[in-house]
Ligand binder design. Structure first.
Ligand code: SLL
Length: 259
């Protein structure tokens, strides 16, 4: 049954940009009272989305439907939640919940069967509280009334799913769905609440989005880190060679002394 379908395109890498993370808002007193658990303070959404945002959308990322390569996203919530394992089999790949605390969310992305790829596991720290007081001391959780004034909290991570040596049939699926390009420059706030007043203002001004500029900066950081590792490796390799030479010398001395 060796049809071309299962032929791998060797040496080829193709990637799809995604973002994962969460948005959170403080619940009003009224909303809290209407909940089954009035101790919950926030409403949040955790999601896996395309990196590009739709123009003028109130959503971070999500311009493209990713179901052509993602079959299922499983969000494993904290055990304090009922049915903490949430399977999402169609877009939007997200879970909306209320709660009172931050915790680590396990996100498993299962790809369409045509891909022949194993599922991948990523982690996201659910963020409810805005960053405050950075630079002027210990970051602290602001009171709810203050947090409410700051607006929604965003915590998103850009990533790229890379497919190496893809099956021909899967490659066709991917190329039939080119990702919406990221905007070249900043049109909106970046996807983080930062502590300096300028960006705090910005973060109130709208929904953050990822840009090519940020992608470039991330690539530069990775490149710098790679160079540093190579330099370190070279340094330690040289030391090792020196030590081995010294060992040899000492062993010879021992032999001479012993004979
Ligand atoms: C903390 N380590 O102590 C974390 C745990 C758990 C969050 C946070 C609601 C659960 C429910 C909820 O927010 N759990 O529905 O009862 O901060």
């Amino acid at each position: 049954m060796a049809s071309n379908e299962r032929v791998r395109v060797r040496g080829l890498s193709i990637h799809r940009p995604i973002i994962y993370g969460n948005t959170a808002v403080v619940l009003t007193q009224k909303e809290r009272e209407s909940l089954a658990s009035p101790d919950h303070t926030h409403r949040w959404v955790v999601a896996v989305r395309s990196a590009a945002s739709a123009p003028d959308s109130q959503i971070v990322g999500g311009a493209d439907d990713l179901s052509y390569f993602i079959k299922r996203v499983t969000f494993k919530l904290h055990d304090t939640y009922t049915n903490p394992t949430r399977n999402v089999d169609k877009p939007p790949f997200e879970v909306s919940e209320t709660g009172w605390g931050e915790f680590e969310i396990q996100i498993r992305i299962t790809f369409v069967p045509e891909s022949g790829e194993k599922a991948i596991l990523i982690y996201h720290h659910l963020k409810l509280h805005p960053w405050t007081a950075i630079g002027s001391g210990e970051p602290e959780i602001p009171p709810l009334e203050a947090a409410m004034k700051l607006g929604p909290v965003h915590s998103w991570q850009y990533d790229e799913v890379v497919f190496n040596d893809p099956f021909q049939s899967f490659l066709s699926i991917l190329t039939a769905h080119p990702p919406t390009p990221l905007p070249k420059h900043k049109r909106r706030p970046v996807p983080f609440h930062t502590a300096n007043p300028g960006s705090l203002e910005e973060s109130k001004g709208g929904v953050p989005e990822f840009t090519l500029q940020m992608e470039k900066e991330e690539a530069e950081r990775l490149d710098a880190a790679r160079k540093k590792i190579i330099a370190e490796t070279d340094k330690w390799r040289e030391r090792l060679i020196e030590k081995e030479k010294e060992l040899e010398r000492l062993q010879r001395q021992l032999e001479v002394a012993g004979s």
